[in-house]
Design a protein around this ligand. Structure first.
Ligand code: BG6
Length: 502
């Protein structure tokens, strides 16, 4: 859209300072800490919202001084900051901001499977508030939870104790339930923050505002007007150096019960009566609970073969490092879901995600029904008249497709598009996606985190296809839009995927 000025100040520019707390990072020497946690903390320090008494305790196996840890990260993160196209594009790091964040760091070298390290954490924390962050492999989540419980580190007495648990939260319903059981045996639900970085994306957070802060959408948001919904998370990257992890996970578990279901629940939930975390989370759970068991025929899994992505030659998945040359792990999944409730009866939700596809695109497209009566001649017979696209990544905006009359003497209609871009309205600022999540956890707001019930509802919805029974692994060339079987999934219903490349 044009003709609008960029907003100067919004509430988001002047947030309150977070309460005092110590961030205890288990696995503080790892990649997640370097790529996401510390850059996000830097952004929070730059916004001046960290408590003046903010502390970091790093727990890791390797021996290191806190000074060496901080100096090493400064070098690495300075390199990210220089990447103009990256989400952490600061140019040069501001040393005074860095020091504000790092002024109180303690490095505790130890083994997270031994009780001794938890005693040292307890001594260091004393009677202070803390957030325990699990930046370690998922197999250690249960062990750390039990050890924190045993060391009484979840006990609160005028201070808070919270835990942030990364994905994957289980690999099926039974394992997610088991992990929730361990978590809830040691901490209360309001102390447990199950993180999904899709909630950290500004454009994802804004979907709820678009739906519920406008009169325009809600009256149409139902089966009377909506034909179907397409949810896409397409990537151009392959498995990079994560072959080992990916071999045990695959596209379905890596992306669907978490990220795609986050998008599904925001798209489909009923309007909550308030923004209280428990109210919003229970509406999302209710939506996921209404998913009908998925039929094998409505489920496609595929793997990429060699090909060209954006003009660059790429190897087949089976030739990626740490991947079994005979692997039948899927790098693509597509599925059709039905939501059995009054609002969505008869409206299919098609979900797709994959690596090494033609373009990077995370998007929710809501496709409306045709007008009940076709008054005008249509220029293109298969044009979708009205579509609302929540563009989430890498473009962030909202696109609306509607029909206009083609200029000329005849009454012929044709679809056009009107687009709003966040960058046209708001000053863009570095945001790696964890800033809001860390800040909300410090402030005790769980709205952007998954509840035990939401996680379990997500896995329960996938039980019939996870692990995929009678699965037929299909193939696509790297750089394609996906396998032909995924196209057929929609063609069967007289529909087609929106193209990945606009
Ligand atoms: C992660 C998955 O959770 O999300 C990755 O493990 C995937 O495989 C990533 O690449 C996608 O997130 P984003 O924000 O890059 O779209």
């Amino acid at each position: 859209m044009t003709g609008q000025t960029k907003s100067s100040t919004s509430k988001a520019d002047v947030p309150r300072r977070a309460p005092d707390c110590t961030l205890v990072i288990f696995g503080g020497g790892g990649d997640l800490t370097k790529r996401l946690l510390v850059p996000s903390l830097y952004d929070l320090a730059a916004m001046d919202v960290l408590s003046r008494k903010f502390r970091i305790i790093v727990v890791d196996r390797m021996e290191m001084t806190s000074e060496a840890w901080s100096a090493h990260l400064f070098d690495e993160i300075s390199a990210f900051a220089k990447d103009k196209a990256g989400e952490f594009a600061h140019g040069r790091l501001d040393k005074s901001v860095w020091q504000k964040m790092m002024k109180n760091v303690e490095f505790l070298a130890g083994d997270i499977t031994e009780s001794e390290i938890y005693q040292r954490v307890a001594t260091s924390l004393g009677h202070n508030s803390a957030i325990f962050y699990f930046a370690v492999a998922a197999q250690f989540f249960g062990t750390i939870l039990k050890s924190l419980g045993k060391a009484k580190l979840f006990e609160e007495d005028g201070f808070f104790r919270r835990v942030i648990i990364e994905k994957p939260f289980g690999h099926n319903l039974a394992s997610a339930k088991a992990l929730n059981k361990v978590a809830l045996a040691n901490a209360r639900e309001d102390q447990i923050y199950r993180i999904d970085h899709f909630f950290g994306k500004e454009a994802v957070q804004s979907m709820m505002a678009i739906r519920f802060a406008n009169t325009l959408f809600e009256p149409l948001w139902r089966q009377e007007y909506i034909d179907h919904v397409q949810i896409t998370a397409a990537e151009t990257i392959g498995v990079e150096k994560r072959g080992k992890f990916y071999e045990g996970t695959g596209a379905l578990r890596d992306m669907v019960p978490n990220h795609l279901f986050v998008l599904l629940s925001i798209t489909g939930m009923a309007p909550p009566s308030s923004l209280a975390a428990e109210v919003v989370r229970s509406e999302k759970t209710r939506l996921l609970d209404a998913i009908r068991p998925i039929k094998v025929k409505d489920f496609v899994v595929a793997q990429y073969r060699a090909g060209k992505v954006e003009g660059e030659k790429r190897p087949a998945y089976r030739n990626e490092p740490d991947v079994d040359p005979k692997s039948d792990v899927e790098t693509y999944a597509a599925l059709k879901l039905h939501i059995d409730n009054w609002r969505w009866a008869g409206v299919p939700f098609y979900l797709r995600t994959g690596k090494r596809l033609a373009a990077r695109k995370t998007e929710v497209a809501v496709i409306f029904k045709k007008t009940p009566y076709q008054l005008f001649k249509q220029g293109s017979a298969d044009a979708m008249p009205n579509v609302i696209r929540f563009q989430l990544d890498p473009i962030r905006g909202l696109a609306m497709h509607f029909m206009v009359k083609e200029p000329g003497l005849e009454e012929v209609t044709t679809p056009v598009q009107n687009t709003f871009r966040y960058d046209d309205f708001f000053k863009s600022r570095a945001n790696v996606g964890y800033e809001a999540l860390l800040y909300d956890c410090m402030c005790g707001d769980q709205m952007l985190f998954q509840s035990a019930a939401t996680i379990e509802a997500g896995w329960a919805a996938l039980e019939s296809v996870n692990p995929p029974k009678n699965r037929k692994l299909c193939f696509y060339a790297a750089g394609d839009q996906g396998p032909k079987e995924a196209d057929q999934l929609l063609e069967r219903d007289g529909r087609s995927w929106l193209p990945l490349i606009d």
